[in-house]
Design a protein around this ligand. Structure first.
Ligand code: CA
Length: 233
């Protein structure tokens, strides 16, 4: 399931989008201004933001630009919504860092298809597609993890952690990033919580001989790799 922040000051449009997204299984938060949106993002990073261009006060365009300039929100998937359909506006929206751009009025089907496409590209952990890395398979829809014939038992947090790592393999994630993306809380949870769950995850992966796929990168964080180094003698 994915979380979507809808930033839209027109209540009727916001409500319509909210109903459609909920119907499609997304968890939705509404914000009616750039300030409210910033406050929501400061608390929990959503998987995706639907951002209206014209907002009271700061514009959606300025907000997108600000988010792109900050490390924590640089990768945040953003779809700009706007009544403007000029080519130059579209270019400005994409230049500001939006991943996609949708002119009003748009059909619900098109909105859903664009959301899926952006999530697939930027936040695949928010989708229910099965993933495989180095023979290790994880299926979010059945909550099964296996390698060959060996089925692995994971707790809910370890499952989410593995899902995130498998959908972003070979990349190093800091503890703060993992708290944001897996726990959804970078403020009140201590970073060593990540270490505790990584340890549990490795223990859970051990029966399939893939505990070493979760690598500690000293001073940086953790990474899931399929290029497992040969154990040193
Ligand atoms: Ca508006």
């Amino acid at each position: 399931m994915s979380t979507v922040l809808v930033v839209e000051d027109e209540a009727a449009i916001a409500e319509l989008i909210l109903l459609n997204l909920r119907h499609a299984g997304h968890e939705v938060t509404l914000a009616a201004s750039a300030e409210q949106a910033q406050a929501a993002v400061d608390g929990v990073l959503p998987d995706l933001v639907l951002l209206d261009w014209m907002l009271p006060g700061q514009s959606g365009l300025a907000l997108a630009r600000r988010w792109r300039g900050e490390a924590r929100t640089r990768e945040l998937p953003i779809i700009m919504l706007t009544a403007r359909a000029d080519e130059s506006d579209k270019v400005a929206g994409l230049d500001a860092g939006a991943d996609d751009y949708l002119a009003k009025p748009f059909s619900t089907n098109e909105l859903m298809a664009r959301i899926r496409a952006v999530l697939r590209r930027k936040a695949p952990e928010a989708l229910d597609s099965a993933v495989e890395v180095g023979g290790l398979k994880l299926d979010p829809s059945t909550r099964r993890v296996q390698r060959g014939e060996v089925e692995l038992k994971l707790g809910p947090t370890e499952f989410r952690l593995l899902h995130f790592l498998m959908t972003h393999p070979e990349r190093v994630h800091s503890r703060a990033q993992l708290l944001d993306r897996v726990w959804g809380d970078h403020v009140f949870i201590e970073e060593r919580t990540v270490d505790v769950h990584v340890k549990r995850l490795r223990e859970a992966l051990a029966p399939a001989q893939c505990a070493q796929m979760v690598e500690t990168v000293r001073g940086a964080g953790y990474r899931l790799t399929q290029q497992v180094a040969a154990p040193s003698a």
